[in-house]
Design a protein around this ligand. Structure first.
Ligand SMILES: [Zn+2]
Ligand SMILES: [Zn+2]
Length: 144
């Protein structure tokens, strides 16, 4: 959980919206807030269901558009894994993912060992890396 910085992050969102001339609505703020408070990399539908609890009249299209905007201004990342629909991540620090192949749970993890990725690699100028570790979560292991 990263609740401590939520207020600051929401303020940053408001500031960036003003910068690009985007109207700030309670629904848009709620979308970002749900993401900030979630650690399970929710899908668009998950976020929609959460926001709807507070704003029953919010539309799925609004949630989609808000996520697109957040992605464009660099406040969220979209993570896509084989077999899963697009998931959203508001954790922008470099981290890795543990992915359950059965229930689709995605958890953030840090690794003890660093991998040294060269600044220039196969003709690319590299920016960072992320490791995906696949397996079965404890819950799914006990249900086999
Ligand atoms: Zn699982
Ligand atoms: Zn993550």
């Amino acid at each position: 959980m990263q609740l401590s910085g939520t207020k600051e992050k929401l303020e940053e969102f408001v500031r960036k919206c003003k910068e690009i001339g985007l109207k700030i609505t309670p629904q848009r703020l709620a979308v970002y807030e749900v993401l900030l408070k979630s650690t399970n990399h929710p899908t668009v539908e998950d976020i929609y269901e959460e926001v709807k609890k507070r704003y029953p009249y919010v539309s799925l299209a609004t949630v989609y558009r808000t996520l697109e905007t957040l992605e464009r201004i660099g406040l969220v990342k979209r993570v896509c894994f084989w077999g899963n629909s697009a998931r959203y991540d508001a954790n922008l620090s470099e981290h890795h993912h543990l992915i359950c192949e059965r229930c689709g749970k995605i958890e953030d993890v840090n690794l003890d060992q660093e991998i040294n990725i060269p600044k220039h690699f196969h003709g690319y100028r590299t920016k960072g890396y992320s490791v995906n570790i696949y397996g079965y979560c404890p819950k799914c292991q006990s249900s086999t």
